[in-house]
Unconditional design. Sequence first.
Length: 97
Amino acid sequence: MNLRAFILGTVAANLALVGLLLWQAARSPSPVALAGVSVTTNVVAEVVSATPAPLPVVTVPGSPPFHWSQIETTNPLAFATNLLAIGCPKETVRDIL
């Protein structure tokens, strides 16, 4: 394809696009016709802020304070044993390891 054919094709495409734009502009309703139209969307009558109630803290009486460093170890077998000792389900231990 030579350069002249490419330029002519581009100019023709641009002219077609300008013609399409002018045709659509002629078909659209005028702003004066739209001036009488009122559009109502959802109207908020009152805004109520829903603050969630604070969750109660559940403590088990007689249990000592727990920290994750108490079960942490580099030995996977000991780590699994520690997790099971604090009540972690076997499926969760498998997922962790």
